[in-house]
Ligand binder design. Structure first.
Ligand SMILES: Nc1ncnc2c1ncn2[C@@H]1O[C@H](COP(=O)(O)OP(=O)(O)O)[C@@H](O)[C@H]1O
Ligand SMILES: [Mg+2]
Length: 280
């Protein structure tokens, strides 16, 4: 798992933005957020081509992709927000920007609290290190102190439920199922204020899925702020208290999970966008 910035890089704002006022009741405040990627549109990216172009004094042709467009959203503390949308809708881009991995091209993101993430294309484990060492690194990355982490390492390893001895083996020896179990276990057990899960509810086999779902339900009840990107619409309905639908970078709908997933499902089945939305 890498941060997938290889095809393009985020475009940084040209002016520094003023810090906005962030009320204590909010976990995340998103104001007029836009995120664009700049992609090179060369058919073949070879050194030879690059040199030829340079010798002719040509510049690399680039294209801009607007992954998130002018999004404004307040997420109160303790809310569980579901995010649905088709592939390429901008869900992962939004999650990465809230996690602080991707800076906004325009607008602002304010975050109040400690974030823990499990992102589809997020920061991965160091494959040369053992599962246990990666748990410690994950904890440090989430802002926990060494003592806090050490007191939790065993519980996290146990939750991941790996075959005997694997927790002290290098992560590169893990199956993808084992990898995602440890990743899930780290993310949910770091007791974050804000938990970001990008398509993470489907890790592992049926038994682990049930265990992770129960853990999710427990976290939701503990009034933590959780953002869930998932194609499992029934999980969104069951876990979340609010949902939004992203479509081509824009928020098409925001409301009760049941209503949003129903609208989205209708769109998936018959390709019908909500009537309130005429701008596509
Ligand atoms: N690193 C990147 N470089 C260039 N374009 C990207 C990058 N990551 C995502 N995109 C583009 O941004 C848009 C939104 O992608 P993404 O946030 O991954 O959507 P989702 O998670 O909803 O499937 C898509 O058009 C995608 O191709
Ligand atoms: Mg995604």
């Amino acid at each position: 798992m890498d941060i997938s910035l290889s095809q393009g890089s985020a475009i940084l704002p040209s002016v520094s933005l003023n810090k906005s006022v962030m009320p204590d009741s909010l976990a995340v405040k998103i104001e007029n957020l836009s995120i664009s990627y700049k992609i090179n549109v060369e058919s073949k990216k070879t050194l030879k081509n690059a040199l030829m172009r340079a010798s002719r004094g040509e510049r690399v042709r680039t294209k801009t992709v607007e992954a998130v467009k002018n999004l404004t959203l307040d997420i109160p503390h303790g809310s569980v927000l579901g995010i649905v949308g088709a592939n390429g809708a901008g869900k992962s881009t939004l999650m990465r920007s809230i996690a602080g991995i991707l800076p906004p091209t325009q607008g602002r993101i304010g975050v109040n609290g400690k974030i823990s993430t499990l992102l589809a294309l997020g920061v991965g484990f160091n494959k040369a290190l053992s599962g246990r060492d990666n748990i410690i690194l994950g904890g440090l990355a989430s802002g926990l102190s060494r003592d806090e982490i050490e007191s939790q390492t065993d519980a996290i390893a146990e939750f991941a439920d790996l075959p005997e001895g694997f927790i002290d083996m290098p992560v590169r020896t893990y199956s993808s199922g084992m990898y995602s179990r440890v990743a899930f276990s780290v993310a949910v057990n770091m007791t974050p204020d804000i938990l970001l899960l990008d398509e993470a509810l489907s890790a592992g086999d049926a038994a682990f899925k049930e265990k992770s779902f129960n853990k999710m339900r427990q976290l939701c009840e503990e009034a933590r702020t959780i953002l869930i990107v998932s194609h499992a619409l029934s999980s969104i309905n069951e876990l979340c208290d609010h949902a939004i639908w992203l479509h081509r970078g824009q928020m098409l709908a925001s409301g009760k999970p049941g209503e949003i997933t129903e609208k989205y499902l209708k769109f998936l089945n018959v390709g019908e966008l909500p009537s309130s939305y005429e701008d596509l």
